[in-house]
Every structure is written in structure tokens, then in C-alpha cells.
Write a protein that binds this ligand. Structure first.
Ligand code: ADP
Length: 237
């Protein structure tokens, strides 16, 4: 006989959950409200596009989600762990292990090879050089860069640089991937390719991804699309 619990599949916990997050900036007498009890939950394996005009608060949202800023009120849960009141050191550790960042510009270290750039975060976490090298080679291979490991960033194309940046962001097996216009600096064809790789990785590894983008074609290929309206996060469609 089938039990009820067998019929109702267990709903997994969100990897990232912003709950009633409030954030405003003060400039002299003026208060600029950016987020006003904003809510957003992202589940493992899910990619969410964040589409909003410049100045709407996308970077603020990504900084809060990435534990780079604290909310004025509300809570940011990383894997159900509340972080708003956490000590700085614990937040840094959590960020290092659970959150990967990809920016519009790759920010790879110019004097290191692609492989070394991917190895560094792993070695900072405490992995041996050999372990870090093995994982870096695997990641670069998965991203179609097996022939590029020994190249420095300046010897790579824009699309290759961004793929190395993605490998670096996921080197420590984070739960969450945050990206701010990751393909904004690339031509359409390259952007498309980098984006395909990014979404494949999100699904294959069960990452939860929040990607700020102006590119509607790319946003359309993600699982969900959200925007910011009057300080709230609103689902599009
Ligand atoms: P977006 O990434 O969507 O362009 P931001 O999150 O960078 O938007 O900024 C949202 C608004 O908050 C903008 O009007 C910006 O000028 C303002 N802002 C951002 N950071 C600060 C700050 N540290 N102090 C004051 N105002 C800020």
C-alpha cells in the first residue's frame, strides 16, 4: 500500500532565501529605499534572471545575497542558515564555501595561469596543491578549456576568460552562484555560448543561480525571471 508520504514528494529546502529584506541608503536628509520587505527563494538547480533598469537595486540585492552587505531588517538564509546576525568571520567563511561570484569583467589574476586562478580559492580553503590542481583540471575540462589551463588571462579570448571565471566561482562547490551581467562584455555569439555553459553547470551541479542581466533572450532561457518593483521582488510572466 502506498503511504501518503510516498505520494507527496518532499520539497527540498531553498538554497537561498531572502525573507522580508529591507535595505535603504541615507544621503543627508534623504532616505533612498531600495528593498522593502523583499522576498526571494531559489531552490537547488534553479536559475533565476534578475532583470531591472540601472539603479533599481540589482547590485544591492546581489551584495545582500552574497553576504557582502547586511540587510537593515529581514533575514538572508543560506541553506536555511540565518546570516543577518552572524559575526563577520563566520559570514566570510560561509561566503567562501557556499557562494560563487561571476562579474561582468572576469577579474582573473593576470600573473597566474587559468589553472592557477581556479586552484587559488581551493588552496585558500585548505586543499593541497595536488588536490586543487586535479579539481581545476576537471572543471576546466568540463568547461571546454582543457587546452587552456596553462594560459594566462591575457592569452585567452573574452569567452574563455569568462568560462575560467565560472570555473573559479564554482571551484569550492558552492550552493549558490551570483552573477552580475556575466555576459555583458561579450559579443552575442560568445555570450550565448558562455550562458549555455553556465546554465548546464547550474542544472548538473544543483547550484542555485541568481543572474542579473539586461539580455532578455538569455533571461528567457532561465527557469525564472524576477524584477524589482517598489522595493519588492516580483516574478515576471
Ligand atoms: P543597480 O545594480 O540596479 O544599478 P544598485 O543596487 O547599484 O542598482 O543601486 C540602487 C540605488 O542605490 C542607486 O540609486 C544607487 O545610486 C544607490 N546606492 C547604491 N549604493 C549606495 C551607497 N553605498 N550609498 C548610497 N546610495 C547607494
Amino acid at each position: 500500500m502506498t503511504m501518503t508520504s510516498d505520494i507527496n514528494p518532499t520539497i527540498p529546502d531553498p538554497a537561498l532565501w531572502l525573507h522580508k529584506v529591507v535595505r535603504s541608503y541615507h544621503q543627508g536628509e534623504q532616505t533612498l529605499s531600495i528593498l522593502d520587505e523583499a522576498d526571494l527563494a531559489i531552490w537547488p538547480g534553479q536559475s533565476v534572471a534578475l532583470i531591472a533598469p540601472s539603479g533599481a537595486g540589482k547590485s544591492t540585492l546581489l551584495h545582500l545575497a552574497g553576504l557582502l552587505e547586511r540587510p537593515d531588517q529581514g533575514e538572508v538564509y543560506v541553506g536555511l542558515e540565518p546570516t543577518a546576525e552572524m559575526e563577520d568571520e563566520a559570514r566570510t567563511t560561509l561566503r567562501r564555501l557556499q557562494i560563487g561570484f561571476v562579474y561582468q569583467f572576469h577579474h582573473l589574476l593576470p600573473e597566474f595561469t587559468a589553472q592557477e586562478n581556479v586552484m587559488l580559492p581551493q588552496m585558500i580553503r585548505g586543499l593541497s596543491k595536488a588536490e586543487a590542481r586535479t579539481r581545476s583540471a576537471q572543471l576546466l575540462g568540463y568547461l571546454g578549456l582543457d587546452q587552456r589551463g596553462t594560459h594566462r588571462p591575457s592569452e585567452l579570448s573574452g569567452g574563455e576568460q569568462q568560462r575560467v571565471a565560472i570555473a573559479r566561482a564554482i571551484a569550492n562547490g558552492p550552493r549558490i552562484l551570483l552573477a552580475d551581467e556575466p555576459t555583458g562584455n561579450l559579443d552575442p555569439k560568445t555570450a550565448d555560448h558562455v550562458f549555455t555553459v553556465l546554465t548546464q553547470i547550474v542544472r548538473a551541479t544543483g547550484l542555485a543561480a541568481l543572474v542579473a542581466t539586461h539580455n532578455m533572450d538569455l533571461a528567457a532561457r532561465m527557469d525564472r525571471r524576477v524584477t524589482l518593483r517598489d522595493g519588492k521582488i516580483v516574478e515576471l510572466e
